[in-house]
Design a protein around this ligand. Structure first.
Ligand SMILES: Nc1ncnc2c1ncn2[C@@H]1O[C@H](COP(=O)(O)OP(=O)(O)OP(=O)(O)O)[C@@H](O)[C@H]1O
Ligand SMILES: O=C(CO)[C@H](O)[C@H](O)COP(=O)(O)O
Length: 337
């Protein structure tokens, strides 16, 4: 059992299967410490098991296959500091197993397909991220993983992605409008007609005006900047690296966007880029690069996806520290009296 927190901070991590959620969560555990954080996989709220979904003809992405009432009640209870009896969806058998007890913790992360789908659950979130992987990249990653590790054929993988697409577009993708930050992973623009999908263009879309969240910026807040950092301080082999920063609009909301296109040759040199970024929520100079270097073996460490996953983790830590500061706790107590 974890030590009882005075304030449970709730974080949402949304994305399709195979979009890098596990990698992101491992990075978060580094920042918070495993004992401080409890992760709830929202697949556990599937109300129809695999066989039933087949009979009814719905995918797991469809709200009809999920129990949002129970999800809301249980996440709310955890936020209020109460333990829950959470169901378990067993991915090996495709069945729903007997429930397990989950106690509240300092940080509760809800991750999966629908953390921001239900308005009631969404309103409980203190910070949220949506991992938005371009279709072409998603196919490349899934093919690489499912063929190498799960024995699927190329045709199986493609058929699985295609069969999920309508429900993905209807129920999963729209959630990105509600996220505080979106990490978009796109094909590179540095290699004309690239089909390998090894080099990626990664964009961090940061919502403006979110209380307690200060978007990170490059050089000069609010400006538009195009930067090629390759040269004396950053080793770049073909096709190089390009950074972009600027304001934009996303689902009608003002956002600021940071973008990294290309691959880092030497991870230790990311410190050069870090030193030109501001509002990183680091505790000391070089912390972002240090965190990246700590797990250079994680997928995406050598490109913008690793960099932005670490940066979003730092923003989540800043949110946690703000919400649990003595002042915030006093204000919350006064508000509830
Ligand atoms: N940033 C990245 N760069 C390159 N490949 C990546 C990246 N993130 C994830 N991948 C690839 O995608 C695969 C799935 O990643 P991960 O297990 O983190 O996703 P997930 O969303 O947790 O998946 P699932 O829900 O299916 O368990 C990895 O094995 C890796 O091949
Ligand atoms: O999108 C998914 C989230 O992980 C899974 O496909 C969903 O949970 C159903 O699982 P399974 O395919 O094991 O029955």
């Amino acid at each position: 059992m974890t030590n009882k927190p005075d304030r449970v901070v709730l974080i949402g991590v949304a994305g399709d299967s195979g979009c890098g959620k596990s990698t992101f969560l491992r990075r978060l555990a580094d920042l918070f410490g495993e004992h401080m954080m409890t992760v709830i996989c929202l697949d556990d709220y599937h109300s129809l098991d695999r066989k039933q979904r087949k009979e009814v003809g719905v995918t797991a992405l469809n709200p009809k296959a999920n129990n949002f009432d129970l999800m809301y009640e249980q996440i709310k209870a955890l936020k209020e500091g109460k333990s829950i009896e959470k169901p378990i969806y067993n991915h090996e058998t495709g069945m729903i197993d007997p429930p397990e007890t989950v106690h509240p913790n300092h940080i509760v992360v809800i991750e999966g397909l629908h953390p921001m789908y239900d308005e009631r659950v969404r309103s409980l979130l203190d910070f949220s991220v949506y991992l938005d992987i371009d279709d072409e990249v998603k196919i490349a990653w899934k093919i690489q993983r499912d063929m190498a590790e799960r024995g699927h054929t190329y045709e199986d993988v493609l058929a699985a992605i295609n069969s999920r697409r309508p429900d993905f577009e209807a129920y999963i993708d729209p959630q990105k409008q509600y996220a505080d930050v979106v990490i978009q992973i796109l094909p590179t623009k540095l290699i004309p007609n690239d089909t390998e999908r090894k080099v990626l263009r990664v964009r961090l879309v940061q919502k403006e005006g979110v209380e307690g969240f200060e978007p990170a910026y490059l050089f000069d807040e609010g400006s538009t900047i195009d930067w090629i950092p390759c040269g004396r301080k950053l080793t770049c082999s073909y096709p190089g690296i390009r950074l972009f920063y600027g304001p934009d609009s996303y689902y009608g909301n003002p956002v600021s966007v940071l973008e990294v296109d290309g691959q880092f040759d030497r991870l230790d040199e990311v410190i050069y880029i870090e030193s030109h970024l501001s509002n990183l929520s680091t505790k000391y100079y070089g912390e972002l690069t240090e965190l990246l270097l700590k797990h250079r073996e994680y997928p995406g460490s050598a490109n913008g996806s690793g960099l932005f996953q670490v940066l979003v983790g730092l923003k989540m830590r800043a949110t946690y520290e703000k919400l649990t500061s003595p002042d915030a706790m006093l204000a919350a107590k006064a508000g509830s009296n």
